[in-house]
Design a binder for this molecule. Structure first.
Ligand code: IPM
Ligand code: MG
Length: 396
């Protein structure tokens, strides 16, 4: 079994040759044919907590190999974040971590959080570190693709004919809305009862910029954008719908529709194939992207990219730190590996290396290898440490 296991991404990464938009073929290369080896990028790694360090270790090696095969050197610097940072430095996002992230070309994050810190005060929660790094980097646009891979259609809890061929991109607003709105806090009402409150607030400018990203994304995909809101109840959603509709005039080639979030949650499991690109606010995007992920079989499969107007992007799996399986060799590294592919494509513009990783993932699945979360009869369970070892051997 070991021998079989050693055959998979290795082969694709090492032997598939230069294809797609290789460095020399890139339109930006101009008349000077630069040596591809001159390209070098710095990557900040934020392993975080739970299964985070395990899956980031695998993705790091995959990145190195895919990069080197395309003549791109990647330099890694690991920094503390989340619960790991709380334990070592007393805060969930140390200043040095944010500074290193800002100074790098792209950031790869594992996952944060765990039972140990669940009862911490808000400013000492691992999640606060994640929200602060998103805000600190200004990465307002979060791209969460949910694609049902043909090899995994049986892993979906939906009927095969419903799940088959689903390919949705959720564009989630990431640095505004109720996650960051003020006022927020705890108080007392006029009956003397304890209250907790938050504010869902969006400015027109915040909506316009996420709408433009979503229209651009939709234009490059199936040309259909569905904006999800709660404009029958919430003022913030009424403005959202008004601004998205206004921005649509800049993208006459994209077909825009609107849907209330409760209906969208229902439609996603009723007939997910009706969706191409979805744009929505921070909290609806949080919820709907988890829902969309399950159509694909496992949340352990889904990557994400968070980008801003300038500066480095943040790339992370959409799953959490899964403390219940941490350190047991059970984690599915594919969401992080695919996030690494998004890092190469959207963060560094090295699409050829991203394609290598995607091909390696496809080949691994084609060969029948699965982690427990995506196991189906007739496939072989692949443990993370084995995965790690053979990927590691590639880099030596
Ligand atoms: C996500 C997560 C985070 C969020 C948590 C961990 C703060 O659920 O990335 O979807 O709510 O954004
Ligand atoms: Mg979430």
């Amino acid at each position: 079994m070991m021998t079989q296991l050693q055959a998979t991404p290795l082969r694709t990464l090492a032997l598939s040759g230069r294809r797609g938009a290789g460095a020399a073929a890139r339109p930006t290369a101009g008349s000077v044919r630069c040596s591809a080896a001159a390209r070098s990028y710095s990557i900040t790694l934020l392993p975080g907590d739970g299964i985070g360090p395990e899956v980031v270790a695998v993705a790091k090696d995959v990145l190195s190999v895919a990069g080197s095969k395309e003549g791109v050197e990647l330099r890694f610097r690991e920094m503390l974040m989340g619960g790991a940072a709380l334990d070592a430095a007393g805060v969930p996002l140390p200043d040095e971590t944010l500074a290193a992230a800002r100074a790098s070309d792209a950031i790869l994050l594992g996952a944060i959080g765990g039972y140990k810190w669940d009862n911490n005060e808000k400013h000492l929660k691992p999640e606060t570190g994640l929200l602060n790094i998103r805000a600190g980097l200004g990465v307002f646009a979060n791209l969460r693709p949910a694609t049902v891979l043909p090899q995994l259609v049986d892993a979906s809890t939906l009927k095969k004919e419903v799940a088959e061929g689903v390919d949705i991109m959720v564009v989630r607003e990431l640095t505004g809305g109720i996650y960051f709105g003020k006022p927020r806090g705890f108080g007392t009402n006029d009956k003397g009862e304890e209250t907790g409150f938050n504010t869902e607030i969006y400015s027109a400018a915040e909506i316009d910029r996420i709408a433009r990203v979503a229209f651009e994304v939709a234009r490059k995909r199936g040309g259909k954008l569905c904006s999800v809101d709660k404009a029958n109840v919430l003022e913030a959603s009424m403005l959202w719908r008004k601004r998205v509709t206004a921005i649509a005039s800049e993208f006459p080639d994209v077909e825009l529709s609107h849907m209330y979030v409760d209906n969208a949650a229902m439609q996603l499991v009723r007939n997910p194939k009706q969706f191409d690109t979805i744009v929505t606010n921070n909290i609806f995007g949080d919820i709907l992207s988890d829902e969309a992920s399950m159509i694909t079989g496992s949340i352990g499969m889904l990557p994400s990219a968070s980008v801003g107007e300038s500066g480095p992007g943040l790339f992370e799996p959409i799953h959490g730190s899964a403390p219940d399986i941490a350190g047991q060799d059970k984690a599915n590294p594919l969401a992080t590996i695919l996030s690494a592919a998004m890092l190469l494509k959207y963060g560094l513009g090295v699409e050829s290396a991203a394609k290598r990783i995607e091909a390696a993932v496809t080949e691994t699945l084609d060969n029948g290898f699965r982690t427990g979360d995506i196991y189906s009869p007739g496939t072989i369970v692949l443990y993370l440490h084995i995965n790690y070892e053979y990927l590691d051997s590639l880099t030596k």
